[in-house]
Write a protein that binds this ligand. Structure first.
Ligand code: G1P
Length: 309
């Protein structure tokens, strides 16, 4: 089973990061020295995936430019003997193929994936949501590809979440538990209320799916009320006899769709990176020790805390 294409839906407005995202795509949020989306592309390249269908919208030009050559910059860096500074992006545009597809209306994740249907043949393909970063020795998407090959079926990455946050995710219903990490799926419920959730296994933005999904999305499009969800399309496949599995992938996950997740990702990654870890550890230790400062809203200044009697 060859799986060498991934669809990345990147048409979202990034409203949670406004005004920063007014002119800059949220997928370009910096994480140490790279934009977030570069980590997704690198995860795929390490998993032998080289074809990317990026679903974008207006004002996402920076995405295309980032994965393209920049002759002026290359010349200047060459003269200064500093081409290593852009070596990682150079490697990407030499090895990867990008196709950009425009989603002209924000009609939901299912619609975004459907927009890229003509870039996929009669094959299994990956979907990665760029808000979800995943770091592991064996890349997240590769873990799913291995299961898809083993089961010859679609696979969704899941993670256990606290019951009080199930309403932020697509949640899977379990038909059968196959191993401690592998489940056959009975249904998917998009953002259920806590009491309606069939489990606490949440979909975390990585999928390997059969091309039959497109047929399903096409069938349900006319019935979609507001947004067409990807989970609706997968449910339709399930109802029509396709097997779908869920796999608890192993690694560290960051939801960078929210500012706090992005902040955690920066700190988490910096602590893993020898260039920054020693200084950051020192700084965090220091922060911890100096709880003696307080922000005074009225005077707009940081004041020492009053001493305890
Ligand atoms: C999307 C999916 C949802 C999934 C989530 C993971 O929702 O629809 O099933 O659990 O991503 O991040 P969104 O967060 O885009 O609303």
């Amino acid at each position: 089973m060859d799986i060498n294409k991934v669809i990345i839906p990147a048409a979202g407005l990034g409203t949670r990061f406004l005004p920063w995202t007014k002119a800059v795509p949220k997928e370009m949020l910096p994480l140490l020295d790279k934009p977030a989306i570069q980590y997704i592309i690198e995860e795929c390249l390490t998993s032998q995936i080289t074809n990317f269908s990026i679903v974008n919208s207006k004002s996402k030009q920076a995405l295309e430019s980032h994965f393209d050559s920049n002759t002026n910059l290359e010349l200047i860096l060459k003269e200064r003997n500093k081409t290593n500074l852009i070596a990682s992006t150079e490697k990407i545009f030499r090895h990867a193929n990008f196709t950009y597809v425009r989603q002209t209306e924000p009609l939901g994740l299912g619609h975004a994936i459907w927009t890229a249907r003509n870039t996929i043949g009669k094959e299994y393909f990956g979907v990665i949501l760029p808000d979800e970063l995943f770091f592991a020795k064996n890349p997240g998407i590769k873990q799913l590809i291995d299961i898809a090959r083993q089961e010859r079926a679609s696979v969704i990455a899941v993670q256990e979440v606290p019951m009080n946050s199930v309403s932020s995710y697509g949640i899977i219903g379990i038909k059968k538990q196959i191993t401690p990490k592998l489940f056959q799926v009975s249904q998917l419920i998009e953002k259920p209320k806590q009491k309606e959730a069939p489990s606490n296994l949440a979909i975390i933005g990585r999928y390997v799916l059969s091309h039959k999904l497109f047929n399903s999305l096409e069938k349900i499009t006319p019935y979609a009320t507001e947004e067409l969800q990807l989970t609706d399309g997968i449910n339709h496949m399930l109802k029509h006899g396709e097997k779908v599995f869920a796999y608890k992938i192993q690694g560290s996950r960051y939801d960078i769709g929210k500012p706090i997740g992005w902040i955690k990702a920066i700190i988490g990654r910096a602590l893993q990176d020898q260039r920054y870890a020693p200084a950051l550890r020192e700084y965090l230790k220091d922060l911890d020790a100096s709880h003696s400062f307080l922000y005074d809203n009225d005077q707009n200044l940081i004041k020492p805390l009053p001493k305890k009697p």
